[in-house]
Design a protein around this ligand. Structure first.
Ligand SMILES: Nc1ncnc2c1ncn2[C@@H]1O[C@H](COP(=O)(O)OP(=O)(O)OP(=O)(O)O)[C@@H](O)[C@H]1O
Ligand SMILES: [Mg+2]
Ligand SMILES: [Zn+2]
Length: 374
């Protein structure tokens, strides 16, 4: 029976969106450069933020908008008290225009923008336009935007954000000051999750937070959403353990992958299939499991090619598991890992269409072990 305790009415990732540059995690070079520019009043007319999802692009865009229009700005931080800051925090600032290019290709919005941009800001120093997912602007909209960027009025600041810079037209890129965002590290995410849990008065052990971070692919938004789910589900009374997370989120524990890889390494097909069956019986999603297994072999592959990456690649594994990783590194050849991964990827793709979802994974294990026995 599911019992939901509503920890918070607010979605955590919105509630904990940084309100000052000092709260931003990682992205140090972006924060430093922008802070210096703001403090020195050297504001560009066009910025381009590119990088992975959930890494702070919209967050920093709004901080920049707040800072340039803050009526009581000290250094580079917005005050979060003046009417301009409050309006932006509450999402009702008329001089901050946010356009989502993903919704309609943005053509109506860009047309409006071209018409409206001549008029001075209503209340503030700058009119700030944030264009999200700007690689999805239609060709027409992109060309219209380009014209605007060629001669922007002095009161306009554009902040374009994208996860896929390679899809943008170079003429737009070259008009902007470009900032590269990076994925957040496990450590950075765990620290933020610790901070949020404490603020929400939730008790959750560190290995549980590490597992959440590990499953968020560098996106702090995803990590915060997972934490949100876990807190809503478990409530605040008792301490949440790693095992609880595995159950609630249907995540695959590192231990499961290591064990499965171990049976494969030892060529024990019967044990591998039995273990797989038992794991799936516990309610694990076969698609998630095969994805995790692919990720595990990918780690082995990376370490084989470049052993120096040890510290970054095997974060989140305990000592016992690290010993197994060592073993797998010596047992599997590069060619074998390559072949296993190819087989697993194709199994993963077949799962959606398979009458028995776990069958492709089982067949993959059989195939992976069989050919090697010749
Ligand atoms: N660098 C960061 N520091 C602190 N919090 C962050 C950071 N990046 C993301 N977050 C958290 O994740 C949420 C979403 O971040 P944001 O909207 O800035 O991501 P994004 O890079 O714009 O992602 P997308 O490409 O999906 O739009 C924020 O509200 C905040 O809670
Ligand atoms: Mg965004
Ligand atoms: Zn202010």
């Amino acid at each position: 029976m599911l019992r939901y305790h509503n920890v918070t009415n607010l979605v955590l990732y919105r509630k904990y969106r940084p309100k000052a540059f000092s709260e931003v995690i990682g992205q140090e070079h972006v924060v430093r450069t922008l802070s210096n520019a703001i403090a020195g009043s050297l504001i560009s007319h066009a910025y381009l933020f590119c990088g992975p999802r959930g890494s702070g692009k919209t967050t920093i865009a709004r901080l920049l908008a707040k800072a340039v229009n803050c009526q009581d700005q000290k250094g580079s931080e917005p005050c979060n008290k003046c009417s301009s800051c409050l309006e932006i925090n509450e999402g009702r600032a008329i001089d901050l225009i946010e356009i989502d290019a993903a919704s309609s290709g943005g053509i109506d919005e860009i047309r409006e923008l071209r018409e409206g941009i001549r008029f001075a800001p209503a209340k503030s120093k700058y009119k700030v336009f944030i264009i999200d997912e700007c690689h999805q602007l239609s060709k027409e909209a992109a060309n219209a935007l380009l014209k605007t960027l060629e001669e922007p009025p002095s009161h306009a600041v554009f902040i374009l954000a994208t996860t896929e810079i390679q899809k943008m037209i170079p003429t737009i890129i070259s008009r902007c000051q470009k900032f590269d965002f990076r994925k957040l590290t496990i450590d950075e995410m765990v620290r933020r999750l610790e901070f949020i849990s404490k603020a929400e008065k939730a008790k959750i052990e560190k290995p549980a937070l590490e597992l959440i971070a590990l499953n968020s692919a560098g996106s702090l938004r995803d990590a915060e959403s997972l934490l949100n789910k876990v807190l809503n589900f478990s409530g605040l009374e008792k301490e949440i353990k790693k095992e609880d997370i595995i159950g609630i989120l249907g995540l695959v524990d590192t231990q499961v992958m290591v064990q499965l890889a171990d049976y494969i390494a030892e060529r024990k097909m019967d044990l591998a299939l039995e273990f797989l069956g038992k794991t799936l019986e516990k309610g694990f999603d076969p698609e998630v499991l095969s994805k995790s297994l692919i990720e595990y072999f990918r780690k082995i592959l990376i370490l084989k090619v470049n052993p120096d990456l040890q510290n970054t690649v095997i974060q989140g594994f305990n000592e016992e598991e690290k010993k197994h990783i060592e073993k797998h590194l010596s047992v599997f050849t590069l060619a074998e890992i390559h072949r296993l991964m190819t087989i697993l990827i194709s199994a993963s793709n077949q799962m959606k269409y398979s009458p028995i979802p776990q069958l492709p994974l089982e067949l993959a294990i059989v195939e992976g072990l069989q050919k090697e026995e010749k």
